[in-house]
Design a protein around this ligand. Structure first.
Ligand code: ISE
Length: 335
């Protein structure tokens, strides 16, 4: 038995996911695509053996040919597609962010709770990266004793012209927001954003940013977001514990020695750094749906929690100071 998938939104990440899902493990294939740009949808469908381009995301969700939905459209359009999928009783994988406002995330959580079963998975891909998983295993296994501090860095070589200061938090740091909640099994209690000296390479953009996150149990995490480093794409995380430290190792597969220097190559962008994590993420999602197993991946609740923290960080960025995070009560469905 396979899984017939419809993909809404086939920009860069959408096309990457289509490539992974069509003819992928678990017998998945892409049977429908929809995009605001109908020509692009037709072009992608023409290259797939079983896919049709449909005129809208709503029609895709309603189509009898589609067993499960992948939403990779522009963030502000996620909510209606995810809600329609829940109403149709179809599993839906939604790229991060789940939605761009916490009100929209709350509506999604309420709809899923009313449906009485988990159908939504959010694309927080760090949870599927082998290095991040090894980091969590080390922390959970007690290798460094009780965690006390976490130091993260999220560096992009460059960002597109439409990238704004707020996106440094809502689009970029949101990965660490989810990662810290997952890694430490704790909610984030408060956040403060600092604006250091501005890099001259970022134009008008306030870059870098530094976030200080307080976990509910008192662990403190700092996150550097730099999006114009030019030398490549780099993700760091080090956890400092009572009896030791553990950190993500350098991901370079080879080390070059020449002309008196040693160099490990730095990935160019997130597609290269996280290629394997996307493979694992989508394979596990397909296997879960096909096997009829309960979802273990990032839930609509995780999407909402990340959005609430991201909004608090944006408030701190705009108005300054420490902002407490106020989460609603976690519904039983997500415990
Ligand atoms: C992008 O959307 C991602 O998800 C990348 O992982 C992140 O590094 C980048 O800053 C975002 O724009």
């Amino acid at each position: 038995m396979g899984l017939d998938i419809g993909v809404i939104g086939i920009g860069m990440i959408g096309q990457e996911h289509v490539r992974r899902l069509d003819g992928g493990p678990g017998g998945s294939r892409v049977v429908a695509v929809a995009d605001a740009d109908a020509e692009r949808a037709a072009g992608v469908a023409a290259q797939l053996p079983a896919a049709k381009a449909l005129p809208s995301g709503e029609e895709l969700v309603a189509s009898d040919a589609v067993d499960a939905v992948v939403v990779t459209s522009w963030g502000p359009t996620h909510e209606p597609y995810v809600l329609a999928s829940i109403a149709a009783g179809k599993p839906v994988f939604c790229e991060k962010p789940l939605a761009t406002t916490q009100e929209a995330c709350r509506r999604i959580v309420a709809a899923e709770v009313a449906a009485g079963r988990r159908l939504v998975q959010v694309g927080f891909n760090r949870r599927y990266d082998p290095a991040h998983r090894a980091l969590k295993r080390a922390v959970d296994g007690g290798a460094i004793g009780a965690p006390l501090l976490v130091h993260c860095a999220h560096r992009n070589a460059s960002v597109p012209p439409h990238y704004t200061r707020d996106m440094s938090i809502a689009d970029t740091a949101v990965h660490e927001i989810d990662e810290l909640r997952w890694l430490l099994d704790q909610e984030i209690a408060a956040v403060q954003v600092f604006t250091p000296r501005k890099s001259s390479r970022g134009g008008e953009l306030q870059d870098p940013l530094l976030l200080l996150l307080e976990m509910a149990d008192g662990v403190l995490a700092d996150v550097e977001v730099s999006v114009n480093v030019h030398y490549g794409y780099e993700i760091r995380c080090e956890v400092s514990g009572e009896t030791g430290t553990v950190e993500l190792a350098d991901p370079a597969p080879v080390r070059i020695r020449r002309e008196g220097a040693v160099a490990g190559l730095v990935p160019a962008d997130w597609r290269e750094r996280f290629a394997l994590s996307y493979d694992v993420e989508l394979r596990e999602w397909v296997d879960t749906v096909v096997g009829g197993r309960p979802f273990q991946g990032p839930s609509a609740w995780d999407g909402l929690a990340a959005q609430v923290v991201s909004d608090a960080a944006l408030r701190s960025l705009h108005a300054g100071g420490r902002v407490a995070v106020e989460l609603p009560e976690r519904p039983g469905l997500y415990r």
